[in-house]
Each structure stands twice: as C-alpha cells, then as structure tokens.
Design a binder for this molecule. Sequence first.
Ligand code: DHB
Ligand code: FE
Length: 278
Amino acid sequence: MAKLIGGITTSHVPAIGRALARNSQDQPYWKPFFDAYLPVHAWLEANRPDVLVVFYNDHGLNFFLDKMPTFAVGAAPRYETGDEGWDLPPLPGFDGDLDLSWHLIDQLVARDFDVTSCQEMRVDHAVSLPMAVLWPGQVWPVRIVPVCINTVQFPLPSARRCLALGAAVGDAIRGWKSDQRVAVLGTGGLSHQLDGERAGHINPEFDLRFMDSLVDDPAWAAQFSIPELVEKAGTQGVELLMWLATRAALGGPVRCLHRNYHIPISNTASGLMLLEPV
Ligand code: DHB
Ligand code: FE
C-alpha cells in the first residue's frame, strides 16, 4: 500500500513569484520568509515523496464564476500554469498521476463526495508558488494530484465538510495499491483580506490559535461557520480550509516538526507547518 508520509501547509502569495524571479530571497523583507522553509527542504530531502496531493483554491485561472465546482480533483496527465494577471514569470507545469487521481475520485464518490473530475486543468499561483518555494530552482521531483476547494464564489463548503473531505482523501491515499510515498500539501491563508473596507485585515491571535489547534484539536475551527471564519480571518483568510483538509488527511495524532508565522507578506499573514503522522 502507499505510504502517507506527512503534510505541509503554507500560504501562497503572488509576490513570492516575483521575489523568486528577482532573486530577492536575501533581502530583509524576504529573508525571514524564505529561511523558514529550510527545515522543510531538509525533510523533503530525507523523506522524498513521489507524489503530492495538493489542496488549493483556484483564483479564476481554471474555474471562473460561470462554473464553480465546490470540490474538484485533477485527473490529467499534466497541469500547466498560466497567466493570471499578476505579472508573474511563467513556471513549468507538473506531471500528474492518473492512477492516484482516479483512485481518489472513485473513493471520494463512493463516500458521497460529489467531486468534479478534471481531465484538463491548469493550476495557478496557489499550486505553482508553494512548489517553487519547496523545491527552489529545481525541476519538480514529484508528480501531483490537485484537489481544488472553492473559496471564491459563495456559498463555500463548511470547515466541517473540508475536514471530512480531507479525511476521505487520507483514507484513499493509505488504501492506494501502490508502493509510492505520498505527501499532502495545503496552500492558502492565513488571515488576509484583499477587498472592501477591511482590506489589509490580519488577525494574529486567531491565526496562532488555529495553528495550535491543527496539531491536537483539528476540529476546533469547525465550530465556526464560514461567515464567522471570514469575520475572523478575512475574506481570503478563509483559504485556511485547505489547511483543515490537509490535517484531516493525516488522520490520527500528528507531530509538528516545524512551524513559522510571519507578518506580512504582501497583504497576508504567512504561515507554514510541517506535520508528520505519529
Ligand atoms: C495575496 C494573497 C493571496 O492568497 C492571493 O491569492 C493573492 C494575493 C496577497 O496578499 O497579495
Ligand atoms: Fe489566495
């Protein structure tokens, strides 16, 4: 059976792409952010996953307001990146893993998750930039299966539902007849709001409590409705749903091997966690 070796949760911000392209990693603004990934690089080097299941939210590249699945799973041989209007230099695309994709889709539908299967899918900065930060300057050494959760067009799935989705994905990975090593990656959050009168809203107290809860009490955030999460974390901070799905995929107790919280990167409170099943 496949082995689910760990989970990484991280923010995604377009400005990271510009910093990478301009080699700004050692500038005072960026250094604490990029340095925080060094322990994760060491873990990836030591643990070498073959495939990454990536929980992320598309921001209008692959899905737009005319068609917005709540949950979508990639089933493509290849996922290219695209121009999203952030003036980011293009990054190479990703190889998929069709066998794991269809296994996930089969298992999720069997557990009553009505996912949209995507045999053509482009991925945006929410996939490409975390990958570029995890493997800087490298051709990706892993295949990916993207799992997209809608956080753009209301109504959004609840925190409770995202925990259940993540748990089902984790069970499916552990039940995949394969010798591959799989890790889960969740990208988005933490608190940030890009629009409206409250643009710039950041809530460190909530973020830090949320990061704590992810280790020992992942259902903590499920006490809040989506409007309550938006009120606390901001309209885009609700991307923390990806962190919940990632944590739930790991199942029972986890060890937190590394965490970092840094304010701000662009408009975002950036967070990072590395979790391993115990
Ligand atoms: C920013 C953050 C995001 O999550 C995003 O998708 C786009 C921009 C920002 O802080 O600039
Ligand atoms: Fe985002």
